[in-house]
Design a protein around this ligand. Structure first.
Ligand SMILES: [Zn+2]
Length: 150
C-alpha cells in the first residue's frame, strides 16, 4: 500500500491587501437597487461555481444546492455547454476576485458604514460548527473585541 503524503494544507489570505503595481484592481459588480444576486437559502453571492439550469431561468447554489429563480433583469441564455453566454462579460461569473456594490439594505439606518477596521473570517463549515470551533471562536472574539484599538 502506498504511503499517504504528509503535505500540510494551508492558505495565506490577505483581504484588502495593497495590490502590486502590475496587478489590476478587482472589478466592481453592481446589480442595481436589488443588490447582489444571492442564493435563496444560504445567501451566498453569485460566483463562477453557481450552476445555471432550466435554460438559465434558475441557478443551483454550489454551497447548499438550493435552486433559486434568476431575477428577470439578470436572465441570460445558456450556450451548448450550459454556460451563460455573457459569462465572460460578468466578473462574478468568470473571475476569482471581484467586489459587489452594497445597497442600503446592507447599511444600518440607510447610512453607509465607516470602512472596516478589522475583518474576521471564520470557517462556518458543517465540521467547524459541529466540532464547536465556531462557538469557541465567537466566544473568544467577544472577549477580545473590547481590547482592540478603536
Ligand atoms: Zn446556497
Amino acid at each position: 500500500m502506498a504511503k499517504q503524503s504528509q503535505v500540510p494544507l494551508a492558505a495565506v489570505i490577505k483581504p484588502l491587501a495593497t495590490l502590486p503595481s502590475d496587478e489590476a484592481l478587482p472589478c466592481v459588480v453592481d446589480h442595481g437597487e436589488t443588490g447582489p444576486i444571492r442564493c435563496n437559502r444560504c445567501k451566498a453571492y453569485m460566483c463562477p461555481s453557481m450552476q445555471f439550469i432550466e435554460g438559465g431561468r434558475r441557478f443551483q447554489c454550489c454551497f447548499c444546492s438550493c435552486v433559486t429563480e434568476v431575477p428577470p433583469h439578470y436572465f441570460q441564455h445558456l450556450d451548448h455547454t450550459g454556460k451563460r453566454v455573457d459569462c465572460y462579460d460578468r466578473p462574478e461569473l468568470s473571475m476569482g476576485s471581484y467586489e459587489f456594490t452594497a445597497t442600503v439594505d446592507y447599511c444600518k439606518n440607510n447610512k453607509c458604514p465607516n470602512p472596516p477596521a478589522f475583518i474576521f473570517m471564520i470557517d462556518v463549515s458543517y465540521n467547524a460548527v459541529k466540532s464547536g470551533l465556531v462557538s469557541l471562536v465567537c466566544e473568544e472574539l467577544k472577549q477580545l473585541i473590547d481590547y482592540l484599538p478603536r
